[in-house]
Structure formats: structure tokens, C-alpha cells
Design a protein around this ligand. Structure first.
Ligand SMILES: [Fe+2]
Length: 183
């Protein structure tokens, strides 16, 4: 993790992967990438007790989002719709808790049960990869603020979230900030 890149360089590198991003190529592009903080700063916003999703770039084939995790921020337990997702940790530490769907009722918002299968804490430059409806996890900061860069290919507008109350629901994605050029 030595070379600093501008965030624009990362967008160019992702666009060069073509209209269908292969997960292995996204992983190779993200692994150990360190973005120059001066170019990342416009995409970093913070909110007490939660994480913020800051859009960097969006094409039909992928979206790149900078996620800023407050020290106590944690995602819902969620799947990844019909997309591939990869992220690289830029700063701080992040814990990924993995789950397996034991069962769920077919009807929307019905009961479901997920079972914890293990956790992993990432260091700066490390990546995590997910794919599809059966890939279920929860992500949270691990002892301080953290920044991650996520690539969703294709962009995810809604996914399933699994609640502590034993139900699941469709959750629509939103951005906290978007670049002026994309708004
Ligand atoms: Fe995820």
C-alpha cells in the first residue's frame, strides 16, 4: 500500500473494466489502493451514530461510493441484490459479520432467520467482496472513524435487510451526498 492515487484515477480504472465488471478485476483494482486524502476530502461527510453514503461516480455498470463510518456506526444485516460488491478500507478499522440465511418466508416482509457464521476485521488496504442475494453480512466501524470505498456492479438501488426482530424487508438505497455533476 504505497502508491497514492487521486480518486479520479480510480474512477478511470473502473471504467476501463468495461460494461460488465468482473469481480476478480474489481478486486484487483481495489486491493491495496490508497487514495490521496486531498482528492477524497470532498466526498467525506459525517453524521453522529451512523454512516454516510457519498456518491463518487455512477454509470449504468457500476457505482463508486465513499462510506464514512462514525465510531459507533453499523449497517443493517443486508444482502447485495443482484450485484457484486467490493470495498477497500481507506482508514480506520472495519468489522464484517457474516450470516447465512437459514430460512425466510416467501412473502415480502415475512419472517426470516439468519445465523451468524463468523466475523473478520479489516485493516487499511484490505478488501471485502460480496455477491448476490445469498451473500449476507453486517459491516461496522471497529473502534473509531473509518472510511471505505465501495464498488457496486451494477448499482444497487434496493436490497434486503434482515432485522433483529426476525423479519426481512426491502430497503431502498440513498445517498447522503452526490457530486454536483451527478445531481
Ligand atoms: Fe454489504
Amino acid at each position: 500500500m504505497t502508491t497514492l492515487h487521486g480518486i479520479g484515477d480510480l474512477v478511470v480504472a473502473l471504467r476501463e473494466l468495461g460494461s460488465t465488471l468482473q469481480p476478480v478485476k474489481v478486486a484487483g483494482t481495489l486491493r491495496d489502493v490508497r487514495i490521496d486524502e486531498r482528492t477524497l476530502a470532498p466526498y467525506l461527510t459525517w453524521a453522529p451514530g451512523r454512516y454516510t453514503r457519498n456518491l463518487v461516480a455512477r454509470d449504468p455498470s457500476f457505482e463508486l461510493i465513499a462510506i464514512c463510518w462514525e465510531h459507533d456506526a453499523r449497517s443493517a444485516i443486508h444482502d447485495h441484490a443482484d450485484s457484486d460488491c467490493a470495498f477497500v478500507l481507506q482508514s480506520g478499522a472495519i468489522t464484517c459479520e457474516n450470516f447465512r440465511i437459514a430460512w425466510r418466508e416467501a412473502r415480502e416482509n415475512g419472517p426470516a432467520e439468519v445465523r451468524f457464521t463468523g466475523a473478520r476485521t479489516l485493516r487499511e488496504g484490505q478488501i471485502d467482496m460480496r455477491s448476490g442475494h445469498l451473500s449476507v453480512h453486517r459491516v461496522g466501524s471497529s473502534g473509531g472513524r473509518a472510511v471505505t470505498l465501495h464498488v457496486y456492479a451494477k448499482p444497487i438501488d434496493a436490497c434486503m435487510t434482515y432485522g433483529e426482530d426476525g423479519t426481512y424487508a426491502i430497503s431502498h438505497s440513498r445517498y447522503d451526498t452526490v457530486p454536483i455533476s451527478a445531481s
